[in-house]
Design a protein around this ligand. Sequence first.
Ligand code: NAP
Ligand code: MG
Length: 480
Amino acid sequence: MSQFEYAPALESTAIVNIAERYNLFIDGKFVTPKSGKYFPTINPANEKVLAKVAEANSTDVDTAVQAARGAYSKVWSKMPAAERGKYLFRIARILQERAREFAVLETLDNGKPIRESRDTDIPLAAAHFFYHAGWADKLQYAGVGDQPKPYGVVGQIIPWNFPMLMLAWKVAPALATGNTVVLKPAETTSLTALLFAEVCQQAELPAGVVNIVTGAGATGADIVNHPGIDKIAFTGSTEVGKLIASSIAGTKKGATLELGGKAANIIFDDAAIDEAVEGIVNGIFFNQGHVCCAGSRLLVQENIHDEVLEKLKVRMAHIRLGNPLDKNTDIGAINSAAQLAKIKELVTAGGAEGAEQWSAPCDLPGEGFWFAPTIFTGVSQTHRIAREEIFGPVLSVLTFRTPQEAIEKANNTPYGLSAGVWSEKGSKVLWSASRLRAGVIWANTFNKFDPASPFGGYKESGWGREGGRHGLAAYLKASN
Ligand code: NAP
Ligand code: MG
């Protein structure tokens, strides 16, 4: 049978207007950084510089914290809750109106396929603002007593894998609960956060309620260590999460930490295999595998291992890797040279430790950062590729014989963010879910997100929850 070829279907970039240089967003205005420094942000699909972005130093962070404090005490904490909610509704509607612009900009700066930024990242970001807008005047039902109070000024630090979505996860609940914000996007993906600053202006959000300071890790550390910050909300690696936890130990700062994962995706022999194969592909190859809750450890019941692997390879051979702006693309660019090097290092370790590698046949573009969808079989629990987060399109396949063994292997990890269970039997799904030590467990599906559903981890995957009523509680204190 001849292969069905897709004609290119490129999304136009005409809708985005990228400036040569971006300043910091402090107190409702774009201001030049006191540091005087700017750094480039590139399109990882072709390594071309998109723009220069301001690098905030500790003086800039201090100015942003003061702006947030002023806005908190003079405006935001005094505003009736229903009025606050109206601003969130307004932001949500503007995000919907400008969704295509955000999606194209996200794809250019991050490298993810337009299909995902258009259909997942941006719609979910708007949904988070809608959801939290509705909560703003109902906080007495958040589970933190009759008169819950905000923390005050919240420092928020986010990673590069879902730049705009992680911003929404942070900013929407903070604002709904009456806090003001100083947010730092990741160094490689600042542009949608800066477009969001324009949305704050367009929504006439009072100055200083949202401040966006761009920069690298040092800027993040300046936020964490600033004495005027009341709470830190961080999403990123377990390594930096631990650093933050030790920096704020002994202070009155609150913290939520959303960290790494190494999720098990368990396929029982009574599962619908074709559906499970789709779930495996979605679980590990969505967003190039740059997903904290990715199903990166496949646990297959031994008697169906060969059948699942055969079908998985056929399916993987049809994954289209290439230009992220092409609407047919399934796998885009790896976000940075550093991330690509990390993936390659772990893949080399997998081979050296004796696992067997298979990569889907595909042509990698000449420029930019790319990695073909890859699986490792013959993986054992002790291999680095079974223990460490690869954060790329690489799946480690392990087997089990009994449900007890599946649970033991799944839980044998320092992480506990998510898990997947595939079985036709509801009782087996519930039996497994009650034993898996993971914050989110998907049954016969994977990577499903909803603002009403709390998300977060056990063990080294973090502290606290984001989303739902539990996520609100993380931004509130009981009043007495
Ligand atoms: P990362 O290195 O920890 O960076 C996360 C953020 O922290 C970035 O904005 C980073 O700035 C900043 N940062 C770096 N060093 C810092 C320091 N010493 N103090 C304060 N801030 C600092 O993580 P990443 O590699 O970008 O992101 C991938 C990780 O995030 C993965 O481990 C993934 O599992 C995790 N993640 C977790 C969730 C979740 O909800 N649990 C969601 C998404 C991602 P720069 O980028 O500018 O260096
Ligand atoms: Mg970039």
